[in-house]
Design a protein around this ligand. Structure first.
Ligand code: ATP
Length: 434
Protein backbone atom coordinates (compact mmCIF):
# COMPACT_ATOMS: atom_id res chain seq x y z
CA UNK A 1 0.00 0.00 0.00
CA UNK A 2 1.38 3.40 -0.87
CA UNK A 3 0.26 6.79 0.22
CA UNK A 4 -1.43 9.13 -2.22
CA UNK A 5 0.68 11.95 -3.61
CA UNK A 6 -1.53 14.77 -2.24
CA UNK A 7 -0.78 13.62 1.30
CA UNK A 8 2.96 13.79 0.59
CA UNK A 9 2.70 17.17 -1.17
CA UNK A 10 0.76 18.59 1.75
CA UNK A 11 3.18 17.24 4.40
CA UNK A 12 6.10 18.61 2.36
CA UNK A 13 4.61 22.09 2.31
CA UNK A 14 3.39 22.11 5.91
CA UNK A 15 6.67 20.92 7.40
CA UNK A 16 9.11 22.75 5.12
CA UNK A 17 10.36 20.01 2.80
CA UNK A 18 9.23 21.19 -0.64
CA UNK A 19 7.44 24.35 -1.82
CA UNK A 20 6.06 25.30 -5.19
CA UNK A 21 8.59 27.55 -6.94
CA UNK A 22 7.69 31.27 -7.18
CA UNK A 23 4.46 30.46 -5.38
CA UNK A 24 3.60 34.07 -4.54
CA UNK A 25 3.41 34.70 -8.30
CA UNK A 26 1.27 31.67 -8.99
CA UNK A 27 4.16 29.24 -9.44
CA UNK A 28 5.88 28.07 -12.60
CA UNK A 29 4.90 24.80 -14.29
CA UNK A 30 6.33 21.90 -12.31
CA UNK A 31 9.25 23.65 -10.66
CA UNK A 32 9.82 23.11 -6.97
CA UNK A 33 11.97 24.56 -4.20
CA UNK A 34 13.45 22.48 -1.41
CA UNK A 35 12.72 24.10 1.96
CA UNK A 36 14.75 23.92 5.18
CA UNK A 37 14.09 20.22 5.78
CA UNK A 38 13.98 19.24 2.12
CA UNK A 39 17.43 20.60 1.38
CA UNK A 40 18.78 18.48 4.25
CA UNK A 41 17.00 15.34 3.06
CA UNK A 42 18.09 15.76 -0.55
CA UNK A 43 21.67 16.60 0.47
CA UNK A 44 21.67 13.46 2.61
CA UNK A 45 20.49 11.35 -0.35
CA UNK A 46 23.26 12.82 -2.51
CA UNK A 47 25.81 12.37 0.29
CA UNK A 48 24.79 8.73 0.75
CA UNK A 49 25.24 8.12 -2.98
CA UNK A 50 28.62 9.88 -3.04
CA UNK A 51 29.76 8.06 0.09
CA UNK A 52 28.94 4.66 -1.37
CA UNK A 53 29.92 5.34 -4.98
CA UNK A 54 33.11 7.37 -4.40
CA UNK A 55 34.54 7.34 -0.86
CA UNK A 56 33.96 3.69 -0.04
CA UNK A 57 35.41 2.38 -3.30
CA UNK A 58 38.94 2.39 -4.61
CA UNK A 59 37.94 2.26 -8.28
CA UNK A 60 36.12 5.59 -8.49
CA UNK A 61 36.83 9.28 -9.04
CA UNK A 62 34.54 12.26 -8.59
CA UNK A 63 33.85 15.10 -11.01
CA UNK A 64 31.88 18.34 -11.21
CA UNK A 65 31.66 19.45 -14.85
CA UNK A 66 30.08 22.70 -16.07
CA UNK A 67 26.42 22.81 -17.06
CA UNK A 68 27.24 24.83 -20.19
CA UNK A 69 29.36 22.88 -22.66
CA UNK A 70 30.59 23.35 -26.20
CA UNK A 71 27.52 22.67 -28.40
CA UNK A 72 29.61 20.19 -30.41
CA UNK A 73 29.33 17.87 -27.41
CA UNK A 74 25.58 17.58 -28.00
CA UNK A 75 26.01 17.02 -31.71
CA UNK A 76 28.49 14.21 -31.11
CA UNK A 77 26.42 12.62 -28.35
CA UNK A 78 23.39 12.50 -30.62
CA UNK A 79 21.27 14.84 -28.49
CA UNK A 80 20.86 17.56 -31.14
CA UNK A 81 19.50 15.09 -33.68
CA UNK A 82 17.91 12.49 -31.49
CA UNK A 83 16.96 13.77 -28.03
CA UNK A 84 13.34 14.14 -28.95
CA UNK A 85 9.93 12.99 -27.87
CA UNK A 86 7.14 12.53 -30.40
CA UNK A 87 4.38 15.03 -29.60
CA UNK A 88 0.73 15.36 -30.42
CA UNK A 89 -1.42 18.49 -30.07
CA UNK A 90 -5.13 18.59 -29.32
CA UNK A 91 -6.92 20.45 -32.10
CA UNK A 92 -9.63 21.62 -29.67
CA UNK A 93 -8.02 22.62 -26.35
CA UNK A 94 -4.51 23.03 -27.83
CA UNK A 95 -2.90 21.01 -25.06
CA UNK A 96 0.22 19.07 -25.95
CA UNK A 97 0.98 15.49 -24.97
CA UNK A 98 3.72 12.91 -25.43
CA UNK A 99 2.47 10.52 -28.12
CA UNK A 100 3.39 7.55 -25.95
CA UNK A 101 1.34 8.96 -23.06
CA UNK A 102 -2.01 9.00 -24.88
CA UNK A 103 -4.04 6.06 -26.04
CA UNK A 104 -5.74 6.30 -29.42
CA UNK A 105 -6.24 9.56 -31.28
CA UNK A 106 -8.32 11.52 -28.77
CA UNK A 107 -7.27 14.17 -26.28
CA UNK A 108 -7.28 12.72 -22.72
CA UNK A 109 -8.43 16.11 -21.36
CA UNK A 110 -11.27 17.18 -23.64
CA UNK A 111 -11.82 14.33 -26.06
CA UNK A 112 -10.87 16.49 -29.08
CA UNK A 113 -8.95 15.18 -32.10
CA UNK A 114 -5.15 15.02 -32.05
CA UNK A 115 -2.58 16.07 -34.66
CA UNK A 116 -0.03 13.68 -36.15
CA UNK A 117 3.02 13.13 -33.90
CA UNK A 118 5.91 15.57 -34.38
CA UNK A 119 9.44 15.38 -32.98
CA UNK A 120 10.27 17.91 -30.27
CA UNK A 121 13.81 18.47 -29.00
CA UNK A 122 13.99 18.40 -25.22
CA UNK A 123 17.10 20.54 -24.83
CA UNK A 124 16.83 24.07 -23.42
CA UNK A 125 18.61 26.60 -25.61
CA UNK A 126 20.34 29.75 -24.47
CA UNK A 127 22.92 32.20 -25.84
CA UNK A 128 26.38 32.89 -24.50
CA UNK A 129 27.59 36.48 -24.57
CA UNK A 130 25.72 39.55 -25.74
CA UNK A 131 24.66 38.40 -29.21
CA UNK A 132 21.67 36.14 -29.71
CA UNK A 133 22.58 34.32 -32.89
CA UNK A 134 23.38 30.76 -33.87
CA UNK A 135 27.10 31.25 -33.31
CA UNK A 136 26.39 32.00 -29.63
CA UNK A 137 23.95 29.12 -29.17
CA UNK A 138 24.49 26.97 -26.10
CA UNK A 139 22.41 24.29 -24.41
CA UNK A 140 21.66 23.64 -20.77
CA UNK A 141 22.90 20.09 -20.35
CA UNK A 142 20.13 17.48 -20.50
CA UNK A 143 22.29 14.94 -18.61
CA UNK A 144 25.50 15.00 -16.61
CA UNK A 145 26.98 11.97 -18.38
CA UNK A 146 28.58 13.85 -21.29
CA UNK A 147 30.66 15.95 -18.87
CA UNK A 148 32.17 12.64 -17.75
CA UNK A 149 32.89 11.28 -21.24
CA UNK A 150 34.66 14.44 -22.40
CA UNK A 151 36.85 14.33 -19.26
CA UNK A 152 37.69 10.63 -19.55
CA UNK A 153 41.28 11.24 -20.72
CA UNK A 154 41.83 14.07 -18.19
CA UNK A 155 40.86 11.88 -15.26
CA UNK A 156 42.67 8.80 -16.59
CA UNK A 157 45.94 10.72 -16.94
CA UNK A 158 45.80 13.06 -13.94
CA UNK A 159 44.92 10.22 -11.56
CA UNK A 160 47.12 7.59 -13.31
CA UNK A 161 44.19 5.21 -13.42
CA UNK A 162 44.06 1.70 -14.75
CA UNK A 163 40.90 0.02 -16.03
CA UNK A 164 38.43 -0.77 -14.64
CA UNK A 165 37.48 2.50 -12.97
CA UNK A 166 34.55 4.86 -12.84
CA UNK A 167 33.82 8.58 -12.73
CA UNK A 168 30.88 9.79 -10.66
CA UNK A 169 29.10 13.11 -10.82
CA UNK A 170 26.10 14.80 -9.22
CA UNK A 171 24.56 17.87 -10.78
CA UNK A 172 21.66 19.72 -12.32
CA UNK A 173 20.24 18.75 -15.70
CA UNK A 174 17.50 20.37 -17.73
CA UNK A 175 14.93 18.90 -20.09
CA UNK A 176 12.02 20.71 -21.63
CA UNK A 177 9.71 17.85 -20.70
CA UNK A 178 6.34 17.94 -22.42
CA UNK A 179 4.44 16.34 -19.61
CA UNK A 180 6.14 17.13 -16.33
CA UNK A 181 4.24 16.21 -13.20
CA UNK A 182 3.64 13.88 -10.31
CA UNK A 183 5.21 16.39 -7.93
CA UNK A 184 9.02 16.25 -8.22
CA UNK A 185 9.01 12.98 -10.18
CA UNK A 186 9.29 14.66 -13.58
CA UNK A 187 10.42 18.27 -13.72
CA UNK A 188 12.24 20.41 -16.24
CA UNK A 189 15.11 21.21 -13.91
CA UNK A 190 16.35 18.27 -11.85
CA UNK A 191 19.42 16.75 -10.36
CA UNK A 192 21.14 13.58 -11.50
CA UNK A 193 23.57 11.21 -9.84
CA UNK A 194 25.41 9.53 -12.70
CA UNK A 195 28.42 7.29 -12.98
CA UNK A 196 30.31 5.94 -15.98
CA UNK A 197 32.31 2.78 -15.35
CA UNK A 198 35.02 2.13 -17.95
CA UNK A 199 36.01 -1.48 -18.54
CA UNK A 200 37.92 -3.81 -20.83
CA UNK A 201 35.32 -4.90 -23.46
CA UNK A 202 35.39 -8.64 -22.76
CA UNK A 203 34.54 -7.96 -19.09
CA UNK A 204 31.63 -5.60 -19.80
CA UNK A 205 28.79 -8.13 -19.42
CA UNK A 206 30.06 -9.17 -16.02
CA UNK A 207 30.38 -5.57 -14.87
CA UNK A 208 26.91 -4.83 -16.18
CA UNK A 209 25.44 -7.58 -13.98
CA UNK A 210 27.50 -6.35 -11.07
CA UNK A 211 26.24 -2.76 -11.34
CA UNK A 212 22.60 -3.74 -11.87
CA UNK A 213 22.78 -5.73 -8.66
CA UNK A 214 24.76 -3.10 -6.75
CA UNK A 215 22.42 -0.26 -7.67
CA UNK A 216 19.26 -2.27 -7.02
CA UNK A 217 20.49 -3.14 -3.53
CA UNK A 218 21.60 0.40 -2.75
CA UNK A 219 18.04 1.51 -2.01
CA UNK A 220 17.59 -1.23 0.58
CA UNK A 221 20.69 -0.12 2.46
CA UNK A 222 18.85 3.08 3.30
CA UNK A 223 15.74 1.28 4.45
CA UNK A 224 13.52 1.26 1.37
CA UNK A 225 10.86 -1.44 1.67
CA UNK A 226 11.72 -4.36 -0.64
CA UNK A 227 8.14 -4.79 -1.85
CA UNK A 228 8.22 -1.25 -3.29
CA UNK A 229 11.34 -1.68 -5.44
CA UNK A 230 11.83 -3.86 -8.51
CA UNK A 231 14.14 -4.35 -11.45
CA UNK A 232 12.76 -4.20 -14.96
CA UNK A 233 14.82 -5.24 -17.99
CA UNK A 234 14.21 -3.14 -21.10
CA UNK A 235 12.61 -4.90 -24.01
CA UNK A 236 14.67 -4.91 -27.22
CA UNK A 237 12.47 -2.28 -28.87
CA UNK A 238 12.93 0.06 -25.87
CA UNK A 239 16.72 0.03 -26.03
CA UNK A 240 18.64 2.97 -27.46
CA UNK A 241 20.27 1.85 -30.72
CA UNK A 242 23.77 1.78 -29.16
CA UNK A 243 22.77 0.14 -25.87
CA UNK A 244 23.55 -3.52 -25.40
CA UNK A 245 21.30 -3.85 -22.38
CA UNK A 246 19.40 -1.75 -19.87
CA UNK A 247 17.60 -2.29 -16.58
CA UNK A 248 15.43 0.17 -14.73
CA UNK A 249 15.20 0.19 -10.98
CA UNK A 250 11.54 1.03 -10.43
CA UNK A 251 9.72 2.27 -7.36
CA UNK A 252 6.05 1.85 -6.58
CA UNK A 253 5.16 5.55 -6.50
CA UNK A 254 1.54 6.60 -5.79
CA UNK A 255 0.95 6.77 -9.57
CA UNK A 256 2.33 3.24 -10.11
CA UNK A 257 5.66 1.60 -10.87
CA UNK A 258 8.01 4.23 -12.32
CA UNK A 259 11.70 4.59 -13.07
CA UNK A 260 14.04 5.59 -10.27
CA UNK A 261 17.27 4.81 -12.02
CA UNK A 262 18.51 3.23 -15.24
CA UNK A 263 21.59 1.01 -15.59
CA UNK A 264 22.78 0.78 -19.19
CA UNK A 265 25.46 -1.17 -21.00
CA UNK A 266 26.57 1.45 -23.53
CA UNK A 267 29.40 -0.39 -25.27
CA UNK A 268 31.97 2.01 -26.73
CA UNK A 269 29.35 4.29 -28.28
CA UNK A 270 30.08 7.46 -26.31
CA UNK A 271 33.87 7.51 -26.27
CA UNK A 272 33.97 6.58 -29.96
CA UNK A 273 31.51 9.32 -30.88
CA UNK A 274 33.56 11.95 -29.01
CA UNK A 275 36.87 10.66 -30.41
CA UNK A 276 35.49 10.85 -33.95
CA UNK A 277 33.97 14.32 -33.52
CA UNK A 278 36.83 15.93 -31.59
CA UNK A 279 39.74 14.18 -33.29
CA UNK A 280 41.16 13.34 -29.84
CA UNK A 281 42.47 9.94 -28.90
CA UNK A 282 40.14 8.45 -26.31
CA UNK A 283 41.59 4.96 -26.25
CA UNK A 284 43.19 3.10 -23.38
CA UNK A 285 46.53 1.32 -23.53
CA UNK A 286 46.72 -1.86 -21.49
CA UNK A 287 50.40 -2.21 -20.60
CA UNK A 288 50.03 -5.86 -19.57
CA UNK A 289 48.54 -7.13 -22.83
CA UNK A 290 50.14 -4.32 -24.91
CA UNK A 291 46.75 -3.68 -26.47
CA UNK A 292 45.04 -0.40 -27.23
CA UNK A 293 41.25 -0.18 -27.31
CA UNK A 294 38.23 2.01 -26.63
CA UNK A 295 36.83 1.03 -23.22
CA UNK A 296 33.25 -0.15 -22.84
CA UNK A 297 31.00 1.72 -20.47
CA UNK A 298 28.41 0.72 -17.88
CA UNK A 299 26.24 3.64 -16.77
CA UNK A 300 24.09 3.71 -13.64
CA UNK A 301 22.07 6.95 -13.94
CA UNK A 302 19.89 7.94 -11.00
CA UNK A 303 17.85 11.01 -10.14
CA UNK A 304 18.44 12.83 -6.84
CA UNK A 305 14.93 14.29 -6.81
CA UNK A 306 13.26 11.00 -7.68
CA UNK A 307 15.25 9.13 -5.05
CA UNK A 308 14.37 11.80 -2.47
CA UNK A 309 10.68 11.54 -3.38
CA UNK A 310 10.81 7.75 -3.21
CA UNK A 311 12.48 7.81 0.22
CA UNK A 312 9.82 10.25 1.44
CA UNK A 313 6.90 8.19 0.14
CA UNK A 314 8.46 5.00 1.44
CA UNK A 315 9.05 6.42 4.93
CA UNK A 316 5.56 7.86 5.35
CA UNK A 317 3.26 6.01 7.81
CA UNK A 318 0.05 6.78 9.57
CA UNK A 319 -0.15 4.41 12.50
CA UNK A 320 -1.43 3.84 15.97
CA UNK A 321 1.14 3.16 18.63
CA UNK A 322 0.42 2.88 22.37
CA UNK A 323 -3.16 3.89 21.60
CA UNK A 324 -2.12 7.15 19.98
CA UNK A 325 -2.48 7.95 16.32
CA UNK A 326 0.51 9.49 14.66
CA UNK A 327 2.10 10.38 11.36
CA UNK A 328 5.71 9.35 11.16
CA UNK A 329 8.47 9.47 8.58
CA UNK A 330 10.59 6.39 9.18
CA UNK A 331 13.61 7.76 7.36
CA UNK A 332 16.96 6.04 7.80
CA UNK A 333 19.02 8.07 10.34
CA UNK A 334 21.59 8.77 7.59
CA UNK A 335 18.85 10.48 5.53
CA UNK A 336 16.78 12.19 8.26
CA UNK A 337 17.05 16.02 8.18
CA UNK A 338 17.60 16.29 11.94
CA UNK A 339 19.39 13.42 13.66
CA UNK A 340 18.23 14.27 17.15
CA UNK A 341 16.02 16.81 18.94
CA UNK A 342 16.83 18.16 22.41
CA UNK A 343 13.71 18.78 24.47
CA UNK A 344 14.15 20.22 27.98
CA UNK A 345 11.21 19.16 30.12
CA UNK A 346 11.23 22.10 32.51
CA UNK A 347 11.90 25.31 30.75
CA UNK A 348 11.43 27.31 33.95
CA UNK A 349 14.45 25.63 35.56
CA UNK A 350 17.57 27.51 34.42
CA UNK A 351 19.91 24.59 35.21
CA UNK A 352 17.81 22.22 33.08
CA UNK A 353 17.73 24.69 30.20
CA UNK A 354 21.45 25.33 30.49
CA UNK A 355 22.26 21.60 30.40
CA UNK A 356 19.99 21.16 27.40
CA UNK A 357 21.51 24.17 25.61
CA UNK A 358 25.03 22.89 26.24
CA UNK A 359 24.17 19.47 24.80
CA UNK A 360 22.52 21.19 21.81
CA UNK A 361 25.62 23.31 21.15
CA UNK A 362 27.89 20.30 21.48
CA UNK A 363 25.92 18.02 19.13
CA UNK A 364 25.51 20.66 16.42
CA UNK A 365 29.23 20.53 15.83
CA UNK A 366 28.73 17.00 14.51
CA UNK A 367 25.28 16.74 12.92
CA UNK A 368 22.02 18.68 12.46
CA UNK A 369 20.27 18.89 15.82
CA UNK A 370 16.96 20.51 16.70
CA UNK A 371 15.97 22.17 19.97
CA UNK A 372 12.44 22.81 21.11
CA UNK A 373 10.93 23.78 24.44
CA UNK A 374 7.71 25.33 23.23
CA UNK A 375 5.05 22.78 24.08
CA UNK A 376 3.89 19.71 25.92
CA UNK A 377 6.19 16.76 25.40
CA UNK A 378 3.58 14.69 23.53
CA UNK A 379 3.21 17.43 20.92
CA UNK A 380 6.95 17.89 20.62
CA UNK A 381 7.42 14.16 19.98
CA UNK A 382 4.61 14.21 17.39
CA UNK A 383 6.25 17.08 15.52
CA UNK A 384 9.61 15.33 15.43
CA UNK A 385 7.99 12.06 14.29
CA UNK A 386 6.36 13.85 11.40
CA UNK A 387 9.69 15.14 10.06
CA UNK A 388 11.50 11.87 10.68
CA UNK A 389 13.88 12.82 13.53
CA UNK A 390 15.13 9.40 14.66
CA UNK A 391 15.86 10.35 18.29
CA UNK A 392 14.55 12.76 20.91
CA UNK A 393 16.45 13.51 24.08
CA UNK A 394 14.71 14.90 27.15
CA UNK A 395 16.52 16.62 29.98
CA UNK A 396 14.88 16.76 33.42
CA UNK A 397 15.84 17.51 37.04
CA UNK A 398 17.18 14.02 37.45
CA UNK A 399 19.71 14.77 34.72
CA UNK A 400 21.22 17.38 37.00
CA UNK A 401 21.87 14.67 39.61
CA UNK A 402 22.92 11.67 37.57
CA UNK A 403 24.15 13.24 34.29
CA UNK A 404 21.79 10.93 32.39
CA UNK A 405 19.15 11.76 29.78
CA UNK A 406 16.17 9.93 28.34
CA UNK A 407 16.53 9.06 24.67
CA UNK A 408 13.44 8.06 22.71
CA UNK A 409 13.47 5.96 19.55
CA UNK A 410 11.18 7.32 16.82
CA UNK A 411 10.13 3.93 15.42
CA UNK A 412 9.41 2.02 18.62
CA UNK A 413 8.79 5.09 20.85
CA UNK A 414 10.74 3.19 23.49
CA UNK A 415 12.87 5.18 25.89
CA UNK A 416 16.12 4.47 27.68
CA UNK A 417 18.46 6.34 29.99
CA UNK A 418 21.96 6.99 28.73
CA UNK A 419 24.79 9.23 29.87
CA UNK A 420 24.82 12.85 28.70
CA UNK A 421 28.27 12.22 27.27
CA UNK A 422 27.06 9.16 25.31
CA UNK A 423 24.42 10.91 23.22
CA UNK A 424 26.76 11.86 20.41
CA UNK A 425 28.17 8.39 19.75
CA UNK A 426 24.77 6.77 20.31
CA UNK A 427 23.30 8.84 17.47
CA UNK A 428 26.37 8.69 15.25
CA UNK A 429 26.50 4.89 15.42
CA UNK A 430 22.93 4.66 14.11
CA UNK A 431 23.81 6.80 11.08
CA UNK A 432 26.47 4.42 9.83
CA UNK A 433 25.50 2.11 6.98
CA UNK A 434 27.36 -1.19 6.80
P1 ATP B 1 12.10 8.96 -18.18
O1 ATP B 1 11.88 7.72 -19.01
O2 ATP B 1 11.40 8.94 -16.85
O3 ATP B 1 11.90 10.24 -18.93
P2 ATP B 1 14.86 8.67 -18.78
O4 ATP B 1 14.93 7.21 -19.01
O5 ATP B 1 14.81 9.61 -19.89
O6 ATP B 1 13.65 8.97 -17.78
P3 ATP B 1 17.57 8.98 -18.03
O7 ATP B 1 17.93 9.78 -19.19
O8 ATP B 1 17.99 7.55 -17.96
O9 ATP B 1 16.00 9.08 -17.77
O10 ATP B 1 18.04 9.75 -16.72
C1 ATP B 1 18.50 9.07 -15.56
C2 ATP B 1 17.70 9.44 -14.34
O11 ATP B 1 17.54 10.85 -14.21
C3 ATP B 1 16.27 8.91 -14.34
O12 ATP B 1 16.23 7.57 -13.91
C4 ATP B 1 15.60 9.84 -13.35
O13 ATP B 1 15.82 9.41 -12.01
C5 ATP B 1 16.32 11.14 -13.59
N1 ATP B 1 15.49 12.00 -14.46
C6 ATP B 1 15.43 11.99 -15.81
N2 ATP B 1 14.55 12.89 -16.26
C7 ATP B 1 14.03 13.50 -15.16
C8 ATP B 1 13.07 14.54 -14.97
N3 ATP B 1 12.49 15.15 -16.00
N4 ATP B 1 12.76 14.90 -13.70
C9 ATP B 1 13.35 14.30 -12.64
N5 ATP B 1 14.27 13.33 -12.77
C10 ATP B 1 14.61 12.92 -14.01
Amino acid sequence: MTTDMDTIVSLCKRRGFIFQSSEIYGGLGSTWDYGPLGVELKNNVKRAWWQDMVYRRDDMEGLDAAILMNPKVWEASGHVAGFTDPLVDCKECKKRFRADHVEGAVCPECGGGLTEARQFNLMFKTFMGPVEDDAALAYLRPETAQGIFVNFANVLESRRRKLPFGIAQIGKSFRNEITPGNFTFRTREFEQMEMEFFVEPSTADEWFDYWVNERHNWYFRYGMRPENVRLRPHADDELAHYAQGCYDVEYLFPMGWSELEGIAHRGDFDLKAHADASGRNLTYFDDKTRERYVPYVIEPAAGADRATLAFLVDAYREEEIRERKRTVLKLHPALAPFKVAILPLLRNRPEVVETARNLYADLRRFFPTDYNDTGAIGRLYARQDEVGTPFCVTIDVQTLDDQQVTIRDRDTTEQERIGLDQVRTYVQDKMVVE
